[in-house]
Design a protein. Sequence first.
Length: 443
Amino acid sequence: MEPACLDDKPCTINSDGAPVLSRPIARQGATGEFELINKSLQYTEPDGTIDVKKLIAAYTFEEHALRADKYFETIVDPWAYHLRKPFTTVDECAVALAALSGLLPLLKLQRGHHIVDFGCGTGWLSAAMALMQCQVTGIDISQRALDIALSAVLEHPTLKEGRIDFRRLGESGIPLETSSVERIVCFDSFHHVADQHFYLQEFFRVLRPGGIVGFSEPGPGHSRSLASQYEMRNFAVIENDIVLEEISSMAKAVGFEKMNMSVFADTPMVMPVEEFLSLANEGRQQAYEDLGSWLFKRAKGRSVFALHKPGEESLDSRTASALGADVSIVGQSFDVATRRLAVTLLVHNTGTGAWLPSGANIGSMNIGVRISTENGSPIGREPIRFDLANVETKPGRSIRTDLLVDIPPGGNLVVEFDLVAEHVAWLSQIALRPPRISLPASR
Ligand SMILES: C[S@@+](CC[C@H](N)C(=O)[O-])C[C@H]1O[C@@H](n2cnc3c(N)ncnc32)[C@H](O)[C@@H]1O
């Protein structure tokens, strides 16, 4: 019979003196409530080591989920540790930030990208990527973790405005549509999933063509490390191995075309300045080879890699270098009495990226009307925005649009018709000579 282990106290002691399962797993009982059960006998070897594959098989998806929830429920004050990530301790911060700087270049993130933070936990990375102006969906198996993440976002002065949403991961897969996101990131989360092949398939499904999923995960032998054994023994957390050869062949079978590794050291090599200068200036071959093998050894300690879905990533107005436009005035009339200017513009997308529909999002394309005095002093702090189109405008397409602009009273004025990709660039900064109309002074 499995040991009855219905509270958070250790219920069994191993031969090495460590408690077996102090936070047991749940099962749905007669009352409909989850009751806690312990299946550690199914995955604990006679010598006390935990076999991670057997641990995975011992519990259902919902049991693993509830275990994760139970863990996050023990957090009394999330700001005491979890919400301070990555700035928890000096050592943890250095490791986390090094891993992030190894990962970010692989992801090739751009402003406005829709990225999934898979296994987001309490959401520090979701928040960081939203601050980097990405649209983030944080996904986790634990609803409790997501509740904490959301509460922190709602307290944030700018993030509460909605650049992040959180969704719970259910058994049927990632709760997102096929080909709907540009990037996925797994930061210390993929080694917790029960079925790596299934999630690689899911990542492939939800990524758009040309999309990238990046991982920062533990290095080889993770499941056998003392820390992992402790976690699995006490909390039944899945601490699986990330075997690069296996991931590479599963990823290929699923359809990914390329797997790139990030080769970096999580701590820098520190040396006296004299040694640094002599290495830098003298270029001794042996010294460089030593540095190379040192770097390689360090790099093997953590698995930071990316998988690429085949296909061309289509550019759009979130990317400044894809912007190009031609604007001409094809009709105009000015009512002197009401000081209302009616203008018809013909706007041509000469760039390489599609223009996103008008609005306030990153890359939304709007018309900006700038009014200034004859000698160039602007009137009003910001150009007046008009919608350009409520649908996407592909490269090579033209739009004809009518505007009614209220002109303030004053001397001779100049009205200029510019375009803006919101939060990205004004087209006049890049590729456009905005057409102008000069208007007479009011009487
Ligand atoms: C070590 S935490 C990392 C969280 C976050 N990425 C961070 O850096 O703080 C691992 C996360 O994976 C989630 N997780 C655990 N088991 C999972 C599973 N079977 N499937 C998906 N996510 C899981 C946990 O709820 C937890 O939030």
